[in-house]
Design a protein around this ligand. Structure first.
Ligand SMILES: [Fe+2]
Length: 474
């Protein structure tokens, strides 16, 4: 699940050809629609950038720690973008992505994107602490435009800016699918990306696709995969449709429910491989909190064939692996379920399902029988506040008024851990030694794997023991 982080810089822009593309060299223009995300395993030491620029340009990101910035760009690190033509039906645009690695935890950086000779404006992001037990993040349900794209996405952009300005410490945002109305259409995507940029050029945005991103022939969310830069740790053949990442004490697994539409013509073996990946991914996590994000709701509030298959096939996996919370969408109401286990309310083993809607398309009816709260015709966003073994999820209106809240307690978990395997990837490497040293210097004693020599204390003797295990000391 976790991957090693490759040090060093990505080199040289890769320009791909695309059949039916505009073809000719475009006029030079600034990079635009910058969206942050994470593609590597460490939110504390990496940052991924994705942006739009002309096909012909050499385009790159310059970045530097704010504390050492003295003006100009001579001390900046520089990473070139890798380009992909978006698989949309008209006005193909190029998305570039690049990942900065080897960053310092809990550190503010400034960055800008340069396209050709045009320098973008400086922006800022902050890396995560090495280990976070107390933090907040945002969730946004369906945006999918109902009638007027410009008006509705302007409203959505304002909602995200309200969410962020009221929660300026939010670590990242989740986006639960049906982001656009047509995943085939370049204008849909460009308008969305412009609406998202004010907030998500500051904090990462981690989405999952819905049915409207998947309306390509064959049911793959092709443009979605081109546009977003996401972890590629999903099942083979389904990279970016399924992925997981960790932030501090939270493990988040994003899954593409639209595979149950049948459009990809998957066979039983495919579905088995997907289910096995979901199970292994969630089961292997030692996070305090296990969260799933998906589009079609597990417990639908209106009859839905895809939801029925998700309930039948994946809900037992979520229950068996100790999932605490599921963020979902698709049915255009806000709905928070009772804690549900095997279809019944269960306060010990139940999972809370929260369906969001952050756009302006609404439905007026819902089966409320398993729901603790349903709200109709209200664009809203969710704020998850994590504090150790407690988490609250609050729902706010577009103008920031509190609408609903639920408090959760973490499940008791018992794990077998490998001493020294700080990053839980089942290997002892220099990455683990680096993390262990950080823990010792930061007096962070929360990871039991840090007690390498098993003496009950976490100190420099553990680093020495790990160094010997790695063959680097005596
Ligand atoms: Fe949907």
């Amino acid at each position: 699940m976790r991957r090693h982080i490759c040090a060093g810089l990505m080199i040289a822009a890769l320009i791909l050809t695309f059949s039916g593309s505009a073809g000719t060299v475009a006029e030079e223009s600034p990079a635009s629609r910058v969206i942050l995300s994470w593609t590597e395993a460490s939110e504390a030491t990496t940052q991924t950038f994705a942006w739009t620029a002309n096909q012909s340009e050499s385009t790159y990101v310059e970045y530097i720690a704010e504390s050492v910035y003295t003006g100009g760009n001579t001390s900046c690190s520089k990473i070139y973008g890798t380009g992909t033509p978006t698989r949309v039906t008209s006005d193909v645009f190029y998305r570039y992505e690049a990942t900065a690695t080897g960053l310092s935890p809990n550190t503010e950086y400034r960055y800008r994107v340069v396209a050709g000779n045009i320098e973008g404006e400086w922006k800022k992001f902050t890396t995560a602490p090495q280990r976070s037990e107390s933090f907040s993040f945002l969730y946004f349900g369906d945006i999918q435009v109902a009638a007027n794209m410009a008006v509705e996405l302007s409203a959505w952009s304002a909602l995200t800016q309200t969410a962020y300005s009221n929660n300026p410490g939010a670590a990242f945002g989740l986006l639960g699918g049906d982001i656009v109305d047509s995943g085939l259409d370049s204008a849909n995507w460009s308008t969305f990306l412009s609406a998202a940029e004010p907030v998500f050029s500051k904090i990462p945005l981690m989405p999952v696709n819905g049915n409207h991103e998947s309306n390509h022939i064959g049911g793959k969310p092709l443009a979605y995969m081109d546009i977003f830069a996401l972890p590629r740790n999903g099942p083979e053949g389904f990279a970016e449709e399924f992925y997981s990442f960790d932030y501090g004490s939270v493990h988040i697994t994003a899954v593409n429910t639209h595979v149950y539409s049948g459009e990809q013509n998957l066979n039983a073996a495919d579905y088995d491989a997907i289910k096995a990946w979901i199970k292994a991914d969630i089961e292997s996590s030692r996070a305090t909190w296990k969260i799933v994000m998906l589009h079609h709701p597990v417990y639908a509030v209106a009859s839905d064939g895809v939801s029925a298959k998700v309930l039948e096939n994946w809900a037992p996996v979520f229950e068996d692996t100790g999932v605490d919370l599921v963020f979902e969408g698709h049915q255009h109401v806000y709905a928070r379920s009772m804690p549900l286990y095997q279809g019944r309310v269960d306060y010990d083993k139940g999972i809370v399902y929260i369906m969001g809607v952050s756009g302006s398309k609404f439905y007026d009816t819902a089966n409320e029988s398993l729901m603790a709260r349903v709200i109709y015709r209200e664009s809203c966003y969710q704020v998850a506040d994590v504090d150790g073994n407690s988490m609250s999820v609050s729902t706010y209106s577009a103008n920031g008024a509190l609408l609903d809240m639920v408090s959760l307690n973490a499940r008791a978990r018992e794990y077998v851990y490998v001493p020294g395997d700080m990053n839980d990837d089942n290997e002892l490497t220099s990455d683990d030694l680096s993390l262990l040293i950080d823990s010792i210097l930061g007096r962070d004693f929360s990871n039991p794997a840090a007690d390498v020599n098993g003496d009950g204390a976490i100190d420099v003797r553990d680093a020495h023991s790990l160094l010997i295990s790695l063959g680097g000391g005596r």
